[in-house]
Design a protein around this ligand. Structure first.
Ligand SMILES: [Zn+2]
Length: 325
């Protein structure tokens, strides 16, 4: 989405079920007037209060291994021209939507929260295409299969057991279920938080989907590389430019090795190989610098980059409840 859409908020959604059932929903993340599925945010939030985060966490921890679960947030239809690429350049025009759960002996961190709020749809067993309509008429289509919460549950966790939340950035396709994790400690950079709660947020945001974070216990990350658990295994790294406080996260896994989750530092892998920038960066110079810094980091830590929106790469990853360790 372009910066011209800075004021754009997703206001309506048409959910079409592949089985032939169709209906019109208003996404509750963007409007208080209608919750489509009956799974209301109030119920989600009240569920937190009944569960002790610390005791729930300790019950699930065993060996001192770090696990990385990959969640499927659906398939986003996309136009490569928005990334200064052609259809021929990219081959596959679709983008994946991903979220990840990092299970560390000292905490459970969720990285990004998907593109469609769980409470706004009901799984049917078949993929569902959600058509998100922007106020200026632009559309985004996402095909979703499994709610984020169901994937979390399949991995053995409830939202209350997630102790830390970090978003790569505030765009709508990363924040959809953020409110469900408002009881976690939120790790965010000051300029990103400021943008998220500004009267007129920069870029394409859906503030209703993360409004509850405003009251979360918050750690303002002020250093380039923030060691989340103090042992060097999970590091938030600044990668500003896509948004003011965009970041990536490094996870050091015993068997898999080092992995950096890209956020939106890249979308199509050809942005990396062909040195192309999206057309809608907050600051292109910063993005160029961030890309170089992350490439240096990858070399220094001998890590691989997992591009979250890379459809083909994401398709090959093991999905929860399987995990990487
Ligand atoms: Zn994105």
């Amino acid at each position: 989405m372009t910066r011209r859409n800075a004021l754009a908020v997703l206001v309506a959604i048409v959910a079409t079920v592949v089985s032939g059932f169709s209906r019109t929903n208003v996404v509750s993340g963007f409007s208080r007037t209608n919750v489509a599925s009956g799974f209301s945010r109030t119920n989600v939030v009240s569920g937190f209060s009944r569960t002790n985060v610390v005791s729930g966490f300790s019950q699930t921890q065993g060996a001192q291994t770090i696990k990385l679960y990959v969640f499927d947030g659906g398939t986003l239809e996309s136009d490569p021209a928005r990334y200064r690429l052609t259809r021929e350049d990219v081959g596959t025009t679709q983008l994946s939507v991903a979220a990840y759960l990092i299970v560390h002996p000292k905490g459970v961190l969720l990285w990004d929260t998907g593109a469609v709020p769980d409470e706004n749809w009901s799984p049917t067993g078949t993929p569902m295409e959600q058509r998100l309509v922007l106020p200026d008429g632009q559309e985004r289509r996402v095909t979703i299969r499994t709610p984020l919460n169901a994937q979390l549950k399949a991995s053995g966790y409830t939202p209350a057991q997630v102790t830390h939340l970090a978003l790569s950035h505030y765009h709508w396709d990363h924040t959809a279920n953020a409110n469900a994790f408002a009881r976690a400690t939120w790790l965010v950079r000051q300029n990103e938080r400021d943008a998220m709660f500004a009267d007129k947020p920069l870029g394409t945001a859906t503030p209703m989907t993360y409004a509850a974070l405003k009251a979360s216990k918050t750690v303002i990350v002020s250093v380039d590389e923030h060691d989340v658990f103090g042992d060097g295994t999970v590091i938030l790294k600044s990668a500003a430019g896509h948004t003011p406080g965009h970041q990536v996260i490094y996870v050091k896994l015993a068997r898999t090795g080092g992995v950096v989750l890209s956020g939106d530092l890249y979308h199509y892998p050809q942005e990396r190989t062909m040195n192309r920038l999206p057309t809608f960066e907050f600051n292109e110079e910063q993005t160029r610098a961030a890309r170089k810094a992350v490439e240096d980091f990858l070399a220094r830590t001998k890590s691989r980059l997992w591009i979250q929106h890379d459809f083909n790469a994401h398709a090959k990853l093991k999905k929860a409840p399987e995990f990487y360790d």
